[in-house]
Ligand binder design. Sequence first.
Ligand code: HXC
Length: 545
Amino acid sequence: MADLMEDPISGVSAEQPSGKKNHPKKVRVVSESLKRFRETHALAEAGGPPEKIAAQKAKGKLTARERIAYLTDEGSFQELGLLMETRCTDFGLKDKHILGDGVITGFGRINGRLAAIFSEDFTQLGGSLGRTHADKIAKLMDMAADARVPIIGILDSGGARIQEGVDSLDGYGEIFYRNTKYSGVVPQISIILGPCAGGAVYSPALTDFVFMAKGISHMFVTGPEVVKAATGEEVDFETLGGAMTHASKSGVCHFMANSEQDCFRQVKELMSFLPQNRAEKAPAHETKDPADRKIPLMEKLGEMDPRRPYRVNHIIWWIADDHKFLEVHHDFAKNVAVGFIRLGGEVVGVIANNPSHMAGALDINASDKAARFIRFLNSFNIPILTLVDVPGYWPGVAQEHGGIIRHGAKILYAYSEATVPKVTLVLRKAYGGAYIAMSSKLMNGDFNFSLPSAEIAVMGPRGAVEILYSRQIKEAKEEERDALRAKLAKEYSDKFASPYQTASTGSLDEVIEPAQTRKRLIAAFAVLAGKRIPGEQTRTGNIPL
Ligand code: HXC
């Protein structure tokens, strides 16, 4: 007897002799449902109309789907909500049928590790955010937080979808709420690759890291035309809110790229230093770089004039495994350098005063930059290495009136609050309040080291002499004053311009041999490796500072 079998995919019917294997006839007939499925998906995946895609390309931009392809491992992306559409019928939206509602959402792998990704499609209604668009992002964020994987947003949008009125504003509310709720739970990264205007800028500002590409990304609360109408100032898009502006002036942007491809390369590099969530450790890498590799530059530091500037980045490169340092906020508040290295294969976050800029003093921007980075590291179980060469807080009316007291306090708070392993090395100067601020022992530093050439004091010799001996200097003959100053400064330096008074009180654990820097730091972090169990600490969100 013959059974009538139907292929569940092709819909082809095949006559089957009983008890024999299924051999469908080689007739390719596609069922109506499959045809519809394929056509709908092809339409949804195509994005906007060809002329909009051409306009996107003409600006040097990739499409939303190409961006995901660049970022994720081939074939790994699993999409969600491809066929979702807006429920709004006003202003002609009813007939537009924008499948996916201008945003692609889903999960993909980046170098094998899972991430939640959304990518706004400027070729569809300008990537504007309507309620469905927002719901898709919010749903993805909830799933990412449940699955404990990082959230990466690629933003390219005209902002709140004007046709949808307050529904689109509420959509942003949904997203901001989740940016905050999942802050310190999973890493959140924003990649700006187009316009990002109005209140829309606040989602990236709530995330941990913001990437921008030169000539492609623009962020502002009000655009050039509104600025002109409100204040009379004339400014172009790039100057007002381009990548360089936000990387160097406002500090909104952490990483600046020369192109979209360069941007995705940098995102992948950053991801390689991050844990998937707050309950994990950052991924360690094996290294052949010997722990006892000597650092000749450390010895030279001791021979240098203490006022001579140098770029602390060189010191960090020398200390790091394989000389790899991923700097965060490279162009902003250069008086402090922050970023990621590995030591003995383990990820470490570095905070270092940089004497080549403002003598390495702490000012408002440097305080904000360092404090927020420290809080990120503490949220995600990344140990902290602090390299100190700081003459103090930067003086001036602008700093005082701008709130250096309020901003400077953020560093004290961030270090005191941090429960991850903290190792501090004083390279040269550590004066006054800034000495305390830079992860000093009594602010709960774990290992506090210094080089033999370090100077740890309330202030530098010149300033101290002017205060301590002002009467003697005034009473001396004018031609003898400089010699007197020099003599008194030498006496002061002999007493304080060394680390030994601090070591004698226990505020330094040890003065170390410069050649042994790497070995001692790696050993200290190894001792502290079990200090905090990832995920066991009280959660701290990474509030924008
Ligand atoms: C609906 C929008 C849109 C929006 C752009 N489009 N922005 N549609 N709502 N917010 C549409 C355009 O009508 C156009 O549709 C298509 O997207 C491409 O836009 P163009 O203007 O042709 O592109 P371009 O010249 O590159 O200019 C891009 C732009 C400009 C600078 C982003 O479109 C613009 O200024 N848009 C408005 C930005 C804005 O003010 N947004 C609201 C911000 S307030 P067609 O059909 O012609 O292809 C906000 C509040 C958030 O976001 C609050 C959160 C709390």
